[in-house]
Write a protein that binds this ligand. Sequence first.
Ligand code: PA5
Length: 432
Amino acid sequence: MSHIKLNLESLSKFVGKAEIEGIGSEIAAAREVLMSGNGAGNDFLGWVDLPTRTDESLVERVEQEAERLAKMSETVVVIGIGGSYLGTRAVVEALATNDRKKNGANIVYAGHTMDPDYYALLLKRLDKEDYSVVVISKSGTTTEPAIAFRLIRQHLEKKYGKEDAKKRIAVVTDERKGALHSIAGAEGLPQFVIPDNVGGRFSVLTPVGLLPIAAAGYDIRNLLKGARKMQKECAEAKRMEESPVMTYAAIRNILYRKGYKIEVLTSFKYGLRYFSEWWKQLYGESEGKEGKGILPCSMNFTTDLHSLGQYMQEGERILFETMMEVKESTREYTVPNDAENIDGLNYIAEKTMTYVNNNALNGTRKAHYDGGVPVIGMEIERIDEEVLGEMIYMFEYACAVSGYTLGVNPFNQPGVEAYKTNMFRLLGKPGF
Ligand code: PA5
């Protein structure tokens, strides 16, 4: 059994049991399209059995390279954007908040922005720290990471000399093509492959995520173990009622048809804020096309209860909430007792912060439900590598089933080309 289950208490007045059953045949059909490989985008289904297909030799090679990089560096710079960046950050930030790092390097990011002010700060930091680089791009030609790689490689060569700099770079890219593949070949850099049939936003369990996550000191075997468990559950649950994953896909589609066009992924765990960023890319790029799709947004509570929480409570009733409810914390504090009690907090003195946070969660769930927001509760036992593996696979699978139910190809992203074409024309790139 996985460590994730749905809590539908705060949904009942918006979506009834009969409605969920009613859409069951559509969800089952969408799932069948996915599993039979007969649907649109079926050349990008390599993620479906990726957890069980990932063999010991690849895991070992990734672990060895991660250890090599981490040993010689205080910091590893991960260069990438979109699917070549967000999965790593989702996992690393979720685990870093839990303080579970063992013998790993600090991870910093590049290639996800073109703001020179960001690079000024980063390079200043890298002046002082020993570092190595993992550069990730499936196409090997994406502008943002390519510029970042030029900048950082120049810095690396200046700092360590051309030959030693090479020992501090690992590349994750296509097996056969792309500029990054050519550079790696010409310079003799260690290369890891992103399989052709795994799209960027579904690639976190390939070396795209595994290498930097291992370099950060986290256990990629347990990450894969969780994903395998969820893969098995998804493969075996033919009927919707047996599967929280398909039930989630069903409810999203029912709510969308009722006019709830925005899904807000929320959590009271600070470390999950980048998990939400990864989720937004996964769902936004997979479903937002042909004039259709739920807009994926996120809020981090209680922080955003003092900000967007106002809109959530009383704004236009077009949004629903998927609330990740994490039960356990890794560490704990209690609210100190204070004899003078000037701030009036003694009513919760000696209570744990988890107790207070969980009550905030229960209070928020009820307030949102009462205020007209359907809430899909997602109960998650704890945050560690295994559970994150389950969560990653679960959201990927639900995304594919949802997308097919919506009637789109969940595996392409034609819309991301529009800005590139304009930018290249403005920059005078040959051929544009
Ligand atoms: O999901 C996707 O395909 C995209 O977000 C890509 O991951 C992103 O554009 C980066 O592409 P690449 O890995 O080719 O540099």
